[in-house]
Design a binder for this molecule. Structure first.
Ligand code: 5GP
Length: 191
């Protein structure tokens, strides 16, 4: 998606020796709602004929994007919660996610009442790096016995293994900007 690529070139900031792209000024701290709207529209263009019944994302940065997309699909948006509780009971689906940005492993939970075998689920997230967040969501969809339609990602860091790992499972992943390489001196190169 040209618009997103141009915005990354203009306002993205590369940190941690080329490992992290900060998009805080337009995507996941301060939010450019018009850009979110174009992103939501694009996800609908890509997945609109898939009879999606639920959009599933993960808190916090996926929520806004998923909500805008949800308006186009006209379906509910569920966000997986990051749980600190040790007593996770049977009323939730759960799986584990390793945070790329913080390095910690945490549980994610989704209440069983919101997802079931009748659902066709589109996953949405802001970034795809090692694939842990997406894998956690995929496990939740599997536990629910729901059908996974695919995943819509804003920014895929294609130099990290997540995209290949998830596509390798036969899952459709559509990334609006795919970064081939990035460095603090050379900037960002798209695939
Ligand atoms: P993964 O689980 O695929 O390794 O990482 C995906 C999650 O980590 C995303 O939900 C996102 O919040 C965060 N993330 C991964 N890489 C980056 C990055 O370069 N920049 C930002 N802002 N977030 C990232």
């Amino acid at each position: 998606m040209k618009l997103l690529e141009e915005r990354i070139q203009k306002d993205g900031k590369i940190r941690n020796g080329g490992a992290v792209l900060k998009v805080d000024s337009f995507l996941n701290h301060q939010i450019d709602v018009k850009l979110y709207n174009e992103i939501g529209k694009e996800f609908f263009r890509l997945f609109g004929d898939e009879k999606v019944t639920k959009i599933l994302t993960i808190e916090a940065s996926g929520i806004g994007i998923a909500c805008i997309a949800g308006q186009y699909f006209d379906v509910p948006v569920i966000f997986a919660k990051k749980s600190k509780s040790k007593n996770i009971d049977g009323s939730v689906y759960t799986s584990k996610v390793e945070s790329f940005t913080h390095g910690k492993v945490y549980d994610i939970i989704v209440a069983r009442e919101f997802l079931g075998p009748e659902d066709r689920v589109l996953l949405i997230d802001d970034f795809l790096a090692n694939g842990s967040a997406l894998n956690g969501l995929i496990q939740v969809v599997k536990s629910a016995g729901a059908t996974l339609v695919g995943a819509g990602i804003c920014v895929e860091k294609a130099f990290q293994p997540g995209g290949d790992l998830i596509r390798g499972q036969g899952i459709r992943v559509e990334s609006l900007a795919r970064i081939e390489s990035m460095s603090e001196t050379e900037g960002v190169t798209f695939c």
